[in-house]
Design a protein around this ligand. Structure first.
Ligand code: FES
Length: 200
């Protein structure tokens, strides 16, 4: 969903998702895995954050016969556990007859793969050029300073994670960010900060 937002729309979305609990279902749906592979191909919703080797092996078995199985497996692992648990790397490597370094290299290359689950609200702020030039740099710095975290980290209460992204296709309405699965352009720093203040 793209939202070229007036700040009031950002506010309305926060209200809808965080005060009604809808953010939980958005997070469980895992927009990234769903968008890329679709539920018809076996991507499950996040039903547990607890690592299970059997679940990882079941995921591998669904993809192992396909060419380029590693990425679909990693996406489904993240959709299942909310992250790619470090313990899963060895299981995947064994299942695909790869080295652990090869699997870990792919996990590290893609910013969206996380070693621990993100917070209930995952804020991805665009750090690519167009957004940086239009206030994205200031937005990122202010949000991180306000929350007392660094890029990729989650607040101590587990509520909010802030990650960098590098272009989400909203360059013409920069600065842009994504709040769980909602993409928002023309962001206003003060409005975002004031909403975060209400949440923390
Ligand atoms: S540069 Fe930020 S959305 Fe493209």
């Amino acid at each position: 969903m793209h939202v070229h937002a007036h700040p009031n729309q950002v506010r309305a979305w926060y209200k809808q998702t965080l005060e009604t609990g809808a953010a939980d279902s958005i997070f469980r749906d895992d927009w990234f895995g769903r968008a890329r592979f679709g539920s018809a191909q076996g991507v499950t919703h996040m039903d547990s954050t607890e690592f299970s080797e059997d679940k990882v092996r079941a995921i591998i078995s669904r993809h192992v016969a396909c060419e380029g199985a590693l990425l679909p497996i990693l996406h489904e692992v993240q959709a299942t556990f909310g992250c790619v648990p470090p313990e899963s790397v060895a299981v995947i490597a064994q299942g695909l007859n790869l080295s652990k370094a090869e699997v870990q290299g792919v996990v590290s290359f893609y910013h969206d793969f996380r070693p621990v689950p993100a917070g209930r609200l995952h804020v991805r702020i665009c750090r690519a050029e167009a957004c940086q030039a239009m206030g994205g740099r200031a937005l990122g710095e202010r949000v991180l300073r306000h929350l007392g975290i660094s890029w990729g980290e989650t607040t101590a209460d587990g509520t909010i994670t802030v990650s960098p992204v590098y272009c989400i296709g909203l360059c013409s309405v920069a600065p842009a960010a994504q709040f769980n699965d909602i993409q928002v352009g023309r962001l206003d720093v003060e409005s975002v900060i004031s909403e975060l203040e209400r949440l923390t």
